[in-house]
Design a protein around this ligand. Structure first.
Ligand code: PHB
Length: 398
């Protein structure tokens, strides 16, 4: 594909943040070029978490990419928590007025890519960015290697790094005098499987048991997504199918519910990490999504947070390109407080539902007390529900 030699906003990474940014900027009349080192096929097939907050669903609908989601997503009005097999329902819709959807991240990416391509947007797959410079000055320069292995250069007014948690561009921001990176590692991880099986039940189950956490989620009527708490050092071969089913039944089953079994066709260990970068910008360089921050998967906030970042960034870029950069300068002040709220929710859900391997008997009992205090109180359930369905997104049209 031939590319312009100059674009308004260069976007590194075709994940949720990068593609949504490109889509929203297009709707506001701003031109972008998206660079992605992986192939389109790989981007569209990488399995990640799958819960969309109400704000993300609304944004997809409002911007013309919600059709397939509305037809295919599993929309739920509640979630369940199970403590030793005793389940409590959190009636999300009754408590907050909002529901949520299980619609996997790669499906969102498929919809975004189709729309960018229909709008003739430049999304360059198999294209590696080699170097980004000039962000402290008047113009950004991106040197890259195109899909044929040829070196090329693009200039841009602004550059956004939306290339995930290993982004090499974050270092330019943390190197600032006020640049900070706050990190936390959890003493547990998730073992995730995909199974050909009917749904265990329609609504998600977050289960905790003295052996640890388990999550019953779904991908379709015939494919289920289950997770089990495991040791961060565990490898896939340590978890035979028998061991997985035994652990899931022990942690989740009750008299009226049995985890549905089937052929396991994917196994993976997911590390738990929290990280926040502050600020999220330097000169003409901006960080969005996992390039700036990571949350553990427990509250399914990662994708939604990436979408919130770009909703905050779009008006800033639009106004700055028209000569007023006050909003763009304030991007970090808008984005970071939301990141910390999501960070807290993910940490809280994680610590309340997992059994820390080094926990004292006091801590184990306190944790169960915390969970039962939240679940037995309407105010507790409402607080959890509000955090789960998420807040309104920043207005990308501002
Ligand atoms: C998922 O389906 O992948 C999923 C669902 C809920 C979570 C995390 C992951 O909290």
């Amino acid at each position: 594909m031939a590319t312009a030699e100059h674009t308004q906003v260069a976007v590194i990474g075709a994940g949720p943040a990068g593609l949504m940014l490109s889509h929203l900027l297009h709707l506001r009349g701003v031109e972008t070029v998206v660079f992605e080192s992986r192939s389109q096929e790989e981007v569209e097939n990488t399995v990640r978490a799958g819960v969309l907050e109400q704000g993300t669903m609304k944004l997809m609908r409002d911007t013309g990419i919600g059709g397939r989601m509305d037809r295919e997503a599993d929309v739920d009005e509640g979630i369940e928590f199970s403590l030793d097999g005793v389940r409590t329902r959190i009636a999300l819709t009754d408590l907050t007025g909002y529901n949520m959807a299980v619609y996997p991240q790669h499906e969102v990416l498929i919809d975004l890519i189709a729309q960018r391509q229909a709008d003739n947007g430049a999304v360059l797959f198999n294209t590696r960015v080699d170097d980004v410079s000039g962000y402290d000055g008047d113009m950004v320069t991106v040197n890259y290697t195109d899909e044929n292995g040829a070196s090329a250069t693009l200039t841009a007014d602004y550059v956004v790094a939306a290339d995930g948690s290993n982004s090499p561009y974050r270092a330019a921001v943390t190197a600032l005098d006020n640049g900070a990176r706050y990190k936390f590692e959890y003493p547990y991880a998730w073992f995730g499987i995909l199974v050909n099986a009917p749904q265990t039940q329609k609504e998600l189950i977050y289960a905790t048991h003295e052996d640890g956490f388990a999550l019953i989620s779904t991908r379709s009527a015939t494919v289920q997504r289950y997770y089990l708490q495991c040791d961060p050092e565990d490898t896939v071969d340590q978890w035979s199918d028998e061991r997985i089913w035994e652990a899931l039944h022990t942690r989740v089953d009750s008299e009226d519910l049995t985890v549905s079994e089937g052929e396991i066709f994917d196994k993976a260990v997911l590390r738990f990490r929290s990280a926040v970068t502050d600020p999220m910008q330097r000169g003409r360089l901006f960080l969005a999504g996992d390039a700036a921050h990571t949350v553990p998967p427990t509250g399914a906030k990662g994708l939604n947070l990436a979408i919130a970042d770009v909703c905050a960034l779009v008006p800033g870029l639009v106004h700055a390109l028209q000569g007023d950069d006050a909003r763009l300068q304030a991007y970090t002040q808008v984005a970071v407080p939301r990141v910390w709220r999501a960070q807290h929710f993910s940490y809280w859900m994680s610590s309340m539902l997992h059994v820390a391997p080094d926990a004292s008997p006091f801590e184990l009992h306190r944790r169960r007390g915390e969970l039962s205090a939240v679940l037995s109180s309407e105010a507790g359930r409402r607080y959890l529900a509000e955090q789960y369905v998420g807040r309104e997104l920043p207005d990308y049209m501002a």
